[in-house]
Design a protein around this ligand. Structure first.
Ligand SMILES: Cc1cc2nc3c(=O)[nH]c(=O)nc-3n(C[C@H](O)[C@H](O)[C@H](O)COP(=O)(O)OP(=O)(O)OC[C@H]3O[C@@H](n4cnc5c(N)ncnc54)[C@H](O)[C@@H]3O)c2cc1C
Length: 373
């Protein structure tokens, strides 16, 4: 799923001059020339393996590549859709857009302060590879987030989280470019407005920026976080009492590999629905009617419910309709068992939402973003 399409680089003398032909187009600007592919199939670029194509596609290796591609799209009148490894998107149909992927693999130590380091990572870095690389270098903190699919640039967008840790804990800054005018920006953690699977990039800045790099503050002192029962059980099973960062990393990888379906063999987008958060009164009513309902009280008085439990109670776990199925072991994971279209997947998801709403009066929200029509 990596964006590793080779780019033809042609040295340019004049500072701003484009040349392009159909197809593919070669776009040159300043020191960079990028190859724009037309009518690009995206089945291999989304983990649900949904068939769709993009009217144009570019794999950018550098900031100059991105700026050149943005300029080209502006002239062509095409919207730009930045994409990582396609592990959190539903392609509902063909995209009339320039899909922009990044492939730069850069990790750079920016500063050292006491027991912490600040590290800048290019957006194109594979997230799991980054977690392993940081561990090898003695930069700790990311271990609980091992094996989450996708690129580093996408991590702040939905504030990725797993096993009791969210990436916002480590993000110092997010750097990028506004699609509309090519201007650069840098946001501090506070400006990212992180929330549960949420950030400013999912809301106010949705589809309007290309994230090019993130700054992470990591610890050089082992700083493990083991609060999640499944992780603790795995450490216990390994006979580990005081877990090192490497122990946590290995345990997370083991638990995830055992529990989560691999998109390469069972195309999926991970958890398809967010865990809903409801008001305290509503939670009390539900608890009276369904005493088994798992509830997690939050600091602000609201209550988080387990979406998987609600879905399972409605009889969806393992149910297959056409080529779409809710996974046999995971009532949150929708799987494409054949050649389902994005429309079929969304119709199935809509039926799940309707039945949960009907039975529990709770609105489920989809986690992946929908593109195409
Ligand atoms: C098996 C599986 C397990 C998963 N487990 C977890 C989990 O435990 N926790 C979790 O939080 N998530 C999980 N996910 C979801 C997913 O891995 C994350 O959301 C991940 O960050 C998506 O990265 P990506 O590169 O694939 O982004 P994509 O799916 O390509 O893109 C997602 C969104 O981000 C935008 N985007 C991507 N890159 C950029 C960029 N550089 N600049 C601007 N916009 C961009 C896209 O336009 C799109 O809107 C899982 C997914 C799968 C398939």
């Amino acid at each position: 799923m990596k964006c590793l399409i080779p780019i033809t680089v042609v040295p340019k003398a004049s500072p701003r001059c484009w040349t392009w032909s159909r197809p593919p187009a070669k776009v040159c600007w300043r020191r960079s020339c990028v190859q724009i592919q037309r009518a690009k199939p995206l089945k291999a670029h989304n983990t649900l393996a949904l068939k769709a194509s993009a009217s144009a596609y570019v794999s950018a290796h550098s900031r100059d590549d991105i700026v050149a591609a943005l300029d080209w799209a502006r002239v062509e009148g095409l919207p730009v859709l930045p994409m990582g490894e396609g592990s959190n998107v539903v392609l509902a149909g063909d995209l009339k857009a320039l899909v922009l992927c990044q492939s730069e693999q850069r990790i750079q130590l920016v500063a050292e302060r006491g027991d912490t380091v600040s590290v800048q990572v290019s957006a194109g870095y594979n997230w799991h590879a980054l977690v392993g690389e940081c561990l090898d270098r003695g930069w700790y903190g990311l271990e609980n987030l091992a094996l989450i699919p996708g690129q580093a640039g996408a991590a702040p967008i939905q504030n990725i989280g797993a096993y009791g840790v969210e990436v916002e804990r480590f993000v110092e800054a997010v750097h990028g470019i506004y699609i509309e005018n090519g201007e650069a920006f840098s946001f501090s953690t506070a400006e990212c407005h992180f929330g549960y699977r949420d950030s400013v990039f999912k809301r106010e800045l949705r589809d309007s920026v290309v994230i090019t790099a993130i700054d992470l503050r990591l610890s050089t002192r082992p700083d493990t976080h083991v609060v999640y029962p499944a992780l603790q059980e795995e450490l216990d099973a390994r006979g580990i009492e005081t877990a090192s960062p490497a122990d946590v990393y290995a345990s997370v990888v083991a638990v995830r590999s055992r529990r989560l379906p691999d998109p390469m063999t069972e195309p999926n987008a991970g958890s398809f629905f967010k865990n809903p958060v409801i008001g305290g009164e509503h939670a009390d009513e539900l608890h009276k009617a369904f005493p088994q309902l798992p509830l997690y009280e939050l600091d602000d008085g609201t209550v988080k419910l387990a979406a998987a439990w609600l879905i399972e109670q409605c009889g969806w776990k393992g149910r297959r309709e056409g080529d779409i199925a809710m996974h046999d072991d995971h009532a949150l994971v929708l799987v494409n068992r054949g050649t389902a279209s994005g429309a079929e997947l969304l119709a199935y998801a809509g039926r799940v939402v309707a039945s949960v709403q009907h039975r529990f009066g709770v609105a489920l929200e989809m986690e992946p973003r929908i593109y195409g029509n």
